[in-house]
Design a protein. Structure first.
Length: 174
């Protein structure tokens, strides 16, 4: 039963990421890593990543969780971390047996480490991701996280801040 639930959950989450133009780079068994590129119309990858995360939470809360409440399987709680910057996407591994696309670079590493600072149900953003959000999303839905990351910009010596994104999609009353 748990395998069926995870298959349903991850299938939906991957589809949502792809619907927002994301590429799922890795399925870690209990997590996903996806990247979203800026587009030529000016929409940042961060904007698409946050919109994707909001849709993932809405799908889980309003579609998947109601089904799970009718089973002995507990509801799925997850968290999201997003950072912005250059990554190298490359294929690593043995040519004939194991190889996969991987994201390499500080941005991917920070996003992974930031995830450990998030609680279930939270979206956390690195300072560079926060700066790329639309202004209204910054002012109305993001706040400086109370935890310090412990990371420092090498060039400036300033602390690398973490933000919590608190907005959620509002669904129409049906």
């Amino acid at each position: 039963m748990l395998l069926r639930v995870l298959n349903l959950f991850f299938s939906e989450m991957v589809k949502i990421a792809e619907d927002y133009g994301g590429t799922v780079e890795k399925n870690t068994g209990d997590g996903l890593m996806a990247y979203f590129e800026d587009d030529i119309l000016g929409t940042t990858g961060v904007h698409k990543a946050v919109a994707s995360a909001l849709t993932m939470f809405a799908a889980n809360d309003h579609l998947i969780s109601p089904i799970l409440r009718a089973t002995p399987v507990p509801e799925i709680k997850f968290r999201v971390s997003i950072d912005y910057g250059n990554v190298t996407i490359g294929r690593l591994g043995a040519a004939q047996r194991f190889n996969a696309l991987v994201a390499i670079g500080a941005t991917a590493n920070f996003a992974s480490k930031m995830l450990t600072l998030a609680q279930p149900g939270q979206i956390v953003l690195g300072a560079t991701a926060y700066a790329k959000l639309p202004l209204v999303w910054q002012t109305q839905y993001a706040k400086l996280h109370t935890l310090t990351t412990g990371w420092i910009y090498q060039a400036t010596g300033a602390a690398y801040s973490l933000y919590e994104y608190t907005g959620r999609w509002k669904l129409p009353n049906v």
